[in-house]
Every structure is written in structure tokens, then in C-alpha cells.
Design a protein around this ligand. Structure first.
Ligand code: GLU
Length: 610
């Protein structure tokens, strides 16, 4: 969820640790801390509430030096964001950082208290520090102590342990929260995401579930969950060097909105051959699996769930396959019936979303014919644990509010629909060409939507002093309205709800007054007349309307409400296209409100806790 960075080197690593935290800050950011072992072999810990910047200032003022160190940005789950609760946590000579949740911490805490340990913080994490300290009393090595400690933990953790009395060694353990080891020359590193280490290395090993590793300057030894030594592959990372750079943009989110044409081009790249979807390019075993699919179950959270909701319309209309979509945290805790020949699809930007991952693991034991994931991070747990993965190639997404991950997920889902429909005879050659061409035109069309930025910025002024907003759409535009409402909530803190426009009269119409802006997605299509009637219903009750439409929808001379009239685009890809101007609307409203666009309060990227 949040970020971990660690290093064992001969040189001073404080700057590397702080740089790493900055790169990870988008994941969690209510407090941060660093612990280092310097020349005099005493541990120094600095922790601060707030952003990495305040930690950096404190570190610079100190100054702090050391060749072995661990650092953390926290997204609090247990205990308020405070200096006392910030990591690293200490017990005697031991210091610990941790991502995740220790579910049995209360039980362990009571046990440790009877052994005489005094707790300083309200976190679940502190039990790890004391537990390792306790085990080290009887263990021969720090590695052994950590191995003995982690088997007592329930829940999710990515954790790193440092010992003041054994200064050239770090022990890391992974169960549920990702950890990666980065290799240098005569120095080694670790982090919760390789992005953190791009200034020092491009060579990484991803730890697997249950792994515990010992890292020194010259060696990395990895042990599996039963303590056997294992070899894990070393990957040469092919990362965009400037991924963590905002470039000319004011915010990552803005950069990522504007990157969408390129992100879609990249996602289409290599997936289309001779005007047709190259099914083989999805995955080598895709043809075999997809040929037998009779039902699709999508499981996801947040924005990815909204992408799944759009895809449901496609699966039933394009591929002719029944489709259910469910929020992962619900799916994983209810009894469900698995339909015959059912394909499970998980959607996640990070591939580490805890609830989605749990749903995948559950589904694997529940008779699904196969599990595929549509994901943006190739090294992620979802990708590794699924039968096959269809990668979005959005590039690193840093803004907490997802933008390009959503539109590239939709791109993959549309390609998948064509593949499935061709294999089951539901999509004709002509229809396939039509959809493929529409997808190929989409990046340029999105460019033309981005041109409306200034106009949308102007429109956003009307929303800044409002407390509530409604988004309406029909068909695929209903989930697009859901996604737009989610974006507005996330970054502007304005309460926003989405309704299927036809639902309006069944309740929400009661909310309409001059203080309630209503955003309607109304491109020209078979449902336009119905949407126009809904617009009239709002207008008749004094609602303030903002209509996003195209130049065939007949709104050019509309009076009594404001319109953004976009170019007409292919119907099949139009839901992806309309997402973009609506992202811009939320972005500009948030700018006027002065919120922290890239790191909205209380949220974090990659939700690796339940
Ligand atoms: N559960 C731990 C805490 O609240 C770690 C949270 C995190 O992943 O940052 O301190």
C-alpha cells in the first residue's frame, strides 16, 4: 500500500532511501521515517508526520549518515498518523518497517506484554519488532529470528528488519505485500516497488509469497516459506527512466490524462495483425481457453470495477457471452455458484489489490475454467497467479486517481471481446474489422477531446462551490458516469453519484434543485432520445445541466444548459473517448478547490490491504 525502501552499501544510503520514498510517495503518505546504521554502529531513527518532504527536511537538518538503512512511507491502518506511529518501529536493537496488516496483532501484543515488552505505538507493526527481538534471544542469527517470528503472523506483510548489532545485513519477508530486491555492485537494495530503486539499479528479483531473504552488500539469499534455500529469477527492468517525472505538467494526473493516446497506442501495439485481433498475442494459451468460454465473471475494485461494468455491456452485445461483474470485497466473502465454462477476469492497475487477489485465489478453488487478469504491472501477484494475463501498457501510473489505467483496461476488454466473439462465431469478419479500425482511430480521437481542455476548465468553475453532483448516462455510459463520479469524489471531495438516467424518477429526482449540477453523457446513439427525455425531467425541476455530447446529438443550439460538443466518434469506442473529457472536468474542479490532486486525502495507490 505504502512504500518501503532499504539498502546495504558501503556508501551513505540516506539520499537513496529518501529518493526512493519520494518515488513511492504516491502509494501512501500520512507519515514517513528512516532508520540508519552509521559508522559508530548506533541506530538513528527520524520520523515525521506528513509528506516525505518534511522527513527530508528533518534529515537534512540532522544530518544523518549510514551505509545500512530502511525507510517507509505510511498509510495508516492501525493508529492515527503521528510520529509515534510512523515506521520504523524499534525494539531494543531491532528496527522494523512494514506494509500491510497483522490481523492477530492484539493476541501477539498481549503475549509480548506478558514477556515484559512495552508498546510505544498503536500500530499492529510494533508486534513484529518485539517478536523478532524476542526470537533473537534464542536464535543463532537474525535470519532465524525473523523466520521464527513471521510464522506467528497472520495477515499481510512486506517487512524489513534491521539489527544494530549486526549492521551489514537486512532481513526481508513477504506475505501478501510485494517486495523486490535490487542488485547493485558491492551493494544491494530492496523496495516495495522497483520504481523506488530506479536511480540505483535496473536488476530486480521479485520475492514470492512466503519468501524470507537475507541481504548483505555482496550476497542475497532467499528462502521459501518452509525455509529451503531457493533461486529466484533476476529480471532486467525495462522501465521508463522518466516515469516518476511530471515533465511539463502540473500534476501526474494531468500528465496521465494527456498520455492516454500513447497509452492506448502502446496497448494496441502487437495485438493487431492484418486488421484482426492477434489472439495469440494476448497469451500463448489464449485461443485454447477462450474457445470454451460460456460465461465471464469479472471481479475488481474501484475504477477497475467500473471498467468491468462497461465491459459487461460489451460481453453480452459483442461477444454474445453472459457476464457478471462484482466488487472483489463482496465476491470473496459470499457463497457463489460457478457457472459451467466460466472465465474469471480480474482487473487491477497494480495487480496487488488485496481483495482482488483474494478473490482470484478463491476462484481457483471454485471450479472456474481459467482465470485471466487484465493488469498494468507485469511482475505483480495477479499476473503471476493467473492462468494468463492481458497486460495494459499504460506505463507507470502515479496519480492516485486512475486515468490511463482505466482507458487501457477498456482497450484490452474490447480486444478481448472481439477475440471471444470471433472464436464463438458471434463476431463477423466485417464487425471485427470495424471494431479494430475504431480502436486504431481512438488515440487520434482522444487527442481531439483533449483540445477541449480550456473549455472544460471554464465549465469547472460552476462546480467548485457545490457540495453534490449527479452524473447520468444510459447503456455503457452509465458505468462511465460511475467512473466520472468516482473521479470527482476522489480528487475534489465533492460528493458525486452516478445514476442510470432511467432511474432518475425512481428517487434521485427529489434531489434536483439549482444547487445540484447534473452532468449528462449524451452522445448520439439509439438511447439518445431517452436521455433527452431525462434531461428535460431535470430541466423542468430547475436542475443545472452540463451535457457532454457530440455534434450529431443536436445540442448545438440548446438553451438553458451548458454543453461540451465533442466530435462524433465510432460508437463502439465512444465510452472510452467520453471518459477523457470527464476526467478533465474532475481535474479542473479539484484545481479550483485546491485539493492535493495526485495524493488525495485518505487514499493510496495499490490497495494492498483489505
Ligand atoms: N498497518 C501498519 C500501520 O498502520 C502499516 C500500514 C502501511 O502499510 O503503511 O502502521
Amino acid at each position: 500500500m505504502c512504500g518501503i525502501v532499504g539498502a546495504v552499501a558501503q556508501r551513505d544510503v540516506v539520499e537513496i532511501l529518501i529518493d526512493g520514498l519520494h518515488r513511492l510517495e504516491y502509494r501512501g503518505y500520512d507519515s514517513a521515517g528512516v532508520a540508519v546504521l552509521g559508522e559508530d554502529k548506533t541506530m538513528q531513527i527520524v520520523r515525521r508526520v506528513g509528506k516525505v518532504k518534511s522527513l527530508e527536511q528533518a534529515v537534512n537538518a540532522k544530518p544523518l549518515l549510514g551505509g545500512t538503512g530502511i525507510a517507509h512511507t505510511r498509510w495508516a491502518t492501525h493508529g492515527e498518523p503521528s510520529e509515534i506511529n510512523a515506521h520504523p518501529h524499534r525494539s531494543g536493537h531491532i528496527a522494523v518497517v512494514h506494509n500491510g496488516i497483522i490481523e492477530n496483532y492484539q493476541e501477539l501484543k498481549e503475549q509480548l506484554q506478558t514477556r515484559g515488552y512495552m508498546f510505544q505505538s498503536q500500530t499492529d507493526t510494533e508486534v513484529i519488532a518485539h517478536l523478532v527481538e524476542w526470537e533473537l534471544r534464542s536464535a543463532k542469527t537474525l535470519l532465524e529470528a525473523v523466520q521464527k517470528a513471521v510464522v506467528q503472523l497472520r495477515g499481510a506483510y512486506g517487512t524489513v528488519v534491521m539489527n544494530e548489532q549486526d549492521p551489514e545485513r537486512l532481513i526481508v519477508a513477504r506475505s501478501g505485500s510485494p517486495l523486490v530486491i535490487g542488485y547493485g555492485v558491492g551493494e544491494n537494495f530492496l523496495a516495495s516497488d522497483p520504481l523506488a530503486l530506479l536511480s540505483v539499479t535496473r536488476r530486480f528479483t521479485y520475492l514470492e509469497e512466503g519468501d524470507v531473504a537475507e541481504i548483505t552488500r555482496r550476497t542475497v539469499s532467499i528462502f521459501n516459506r518452509v525455509g529451503e534455500p531457493v533461486e529466484r529469477e533476476i529480471h532486467e527492468g525495462n522501465f521508463e527512466a522518466d516515469a516518476a517525472d511530471k515533465g511539463q505538467y502540473r500534476h501526474y494526473m494531468q500528465k496521465e490524462i494527456f498520455e492516454q493516446p500513447v497509452a492506448i497506442i502502446n496497448t494496441l501495439d502487437g495485438r493487431i495483425k492484418d486488421g484482426k485481433v492477434d489472439i495469440q498475442s494476448i497469451a500463448p494459451n489464449a485461443v485454447e481457453i477462450l474457445s470454451n468460454v460460456q460465461h465471464v465473471q469479472i471481479v475488481a475494485c474501484g475504477t477497475s470495477y467500473n471498467a468491468g461494468m462497461v465491459a459487461r455491456y460489451w460481453f453480452e452485445s459483442i461477444a454474445g457471452v453472459s457476464c457478471d461483474v462484482e466488487i472483489a470485497s463482496e465476491f470473496r466473502y459470499r457463497k457463489f455458484v460457478t457457472r459451467p465454462n466460466s472465465l474469471l477476469i480480474t482487473l487491477s492497475q497494480s495487480g496487488e489489490t488485496a481483495d482482488t487477489l483474494a478473490a482470484l485465489r478463491l476462484a481457483k478453488e471454485s471450479g472456474y475454467m481459467a482465470a485471466m487478469t487484465i493488469c498494468n504491472v507485469a511482475s505483480s501477484s495477479l499476473v503471476r497467479e493467473s492462468d494468463f494475463a492481458f497486460m495494459t501498457k499504460a506505463g507507470v501510473e502515479i496519480g492516485v486517481a486512475s486515468t490511463k489505467a482505466f482507458t487501457t483496461q477498456l482497450t484490452c476488454l474490447l480486444l478481448l471481446n472481439v477475440a471471444l466473439g470471433r472464436l464463438n462465431g458471434h463476431v463477423s469478419e466485417e464487425q471485427e474489422h470495424h471494431i479494430v479500425q475504431a480502436l486504431q482511430r481512438l488515440p487520434t480521437q482522444i487527442e481531439s477531446a483533449l483540445v477541449f481542455d480550456k473549455q472544460i476548465e471554464k465549465l469547472s468553475e460552476d462546480f467548485a462551490d457545490k457540495h453534490h453532483t449527479l452524473f447520468l448516462g444510459r447503456g455503457e455510459y452509465y458505468p462511465i458516469a460511475m467512473e466520472s463520479a468516482l473521479k470527482l469524489k476522489e480528487i475534489s471531495y465533492i460528493h458525486a453519484e452516478a445514476y442510470a438516467a432511467g432511474e432518475l424518477k425512481h428517487g434521485p429526482l427529489a434531489l434536483i434543485d439549482s444547487e445540484m449540477p447534473v452532468v449528462v453523457v449524451a452522445p448520439e446513439n439509439d438511447l439518445l432520445e431517452k436521455v433527452k427525455s431525462n434531461i428535460e425531467e431535470v430541466r423542468a425541476r430547475g436542475g443545472q445541466l452540463y451535457v457532454f455530447a457530440d455534434n450529431d446529438a443536436g445540442f448545438e443550439n440548446a438553451t438553458g444548459f451548458k454543453t461540451i460538443v465533442l466530435p462524433k466518434v465510432d460508437e463502439v469506442t465512444a465510452p472510452i473517448f467520453y471518459t477523457v473529457p470527464l476526467q478533465l472536468l474532475s481535474y479542473h474542479i479539484a484545481i479550483i478547490k485546491g485539493t492535493d490532486v495526485d495524493q488525495p486525502r485518505n487514499l493510496a495507490k495499490a490497495v494492498t490491504v483489505e
